[in-house]
Design a protein around this ligand. Structure first.
Ligand code: GRE
Ligand code: ZN
Length: 325
């Protein structure tokens, strides 16, 4: 079965400063290994893909990416350069790699323009954003132009975690909770809910949001979100669809990355359905082989396995299906 993987990180020497979000969090030897793999976009990566039976990786610049650049003009220049470099990597192996663009969200208009260039000139499949951009989230009114462009181009935005703008008080004294093990997921799920309550999906009903790590816990929360929305003071917010889960069912797709386990998979199947789940590995922070083996033996019908392995990605990202003779 063809396997297309969607949360597949890379960095280059030129972009290394933008791609080392968790060097301080990781065990030094683990980080060193991941760092080497991040930098390899040819032999070693392709060999690991072959071994794991992964046909195509949709590459994205590692976290925090361009979001970490405090200078707006530098961010615009860096995103352009990152996307050119990435397009070059894809051009070297067009049958093995595709790409999500980096966006300079420090400037909404420039980001919308860069998205258009990345999709229409460089052939990218959408964009990947790492958490907040200098404290700004994707429900910011200045970033509506980016959603307008995403909807117009009919490409998804992958919201990937990265370090928070600050360390919430509840995490104080517990640095072990800060990072991909826990705080990243909680923050990213919260960021996604800002889009729901911030009206992004009411304004752009065709917007397509991708979340990794099997939806960062959100599929588990649908009933509670809806029930407690009926309890909360709505503070003037009107949800055209009535309840928060309706937006997640309509506008959200989740990637299996970093969740090689039946409980979150079955939960996502029940909450979202097999058409909304796509395969990914979170390489090099997780193992391609483990992710791929898990997909092969997960409790799925062959039809759903094929949707998750490649069919949904082909449809969502506009990747040509393989023609079987
Ligand atoms: C991730 O993407 O999940 C990730 C990173 C960096 C370090 C660890 C990690 O981007 O899990
Ligand atoms: Zn990741």
């Amino acid at each position: 079965m063809r396997k297309i993987a969607l949360e597949e990180h890379f960095v280059t020497e030129e972009l290394a400063a933008y791609g080392a979000s968790t060097a301080a969090v990781a065990q030094p030897d683990v980080w060193a290994g991941a760092s080497r793999r991040l930098l390899d976009v040819a032999e070693r990566r392709l060999a690991e893909m072959d071994e794991a039976g992964i046909d195509l990786q949709v590459l994205s610049l590692n976290a925090p990416g361009i979001q970490a650049e405090p200078d707006t003009r530098a961010a615009v220049a860096a995103a352009t350069s990152a996307n050119d470099i990435l397009a070059g990597i894809v051009a070297n192996h067009p049958d093995r790699f595709a790409a999500f663009a980096a966006l300079p969200l420090q400037d909404g208009k420039a980001a919308a323009q860069e998205l258009d260039r990345a999709v229409n000139e460089l052939g990218m499949k959408g964009a990947l954003v790492n958490a907040h951009t200098q404290g700004r989230y994707l429900d910011d009114p200045e970033l509506r132009v980016v959603w307008e462009q995403l909807e117009g181009l009919d490409v998804p935005l992958f919201l990937h975690p990265a370090g928070g703008f600050d360390v919430p008080h509840v995490l104080s004294g517990h640095p072990e909770l800060v990072g991909p093990m826990w705080s990243w997921g909680a923050e990213t799920a919260t960021h996604a809910l800002r889009l729901v309550f911030g009206g992004v999906f009411d304004e752009f009903p065709g917007a397509k949001l991708l979340l990794g790590h099997m939806g960062e816990g959100l599929p588990f929360a649908f009933w509670r979100l809806d029930s407690r929305w009926d309890f909360h003071d709505h503070r003037g917010i009107e949800l055209a669809l009535g309840h928060p889960s309706a937006y997640l069912r309509r506008n959200l797709w989740v990637v299996t990355s970093g969740a090689c386990s039946d409980a979150p998979l079955v939960c996502s199947l029940l909450a979202l359905g097999a058409d909304r789940i796509l395969f990914g590995t979170d390489y090099p922070f997780e193992s391609m082989a483990v992710a791929s083996d898990y997909l092969d033996r997960a409790p799925l019908s062959d039809e759903d396995r094929a949707k998750i392995g490649h069919g949904n990605a082909e449809r969502l990202l506009g990747i040509a299906p393989l023609v079987t003779p």
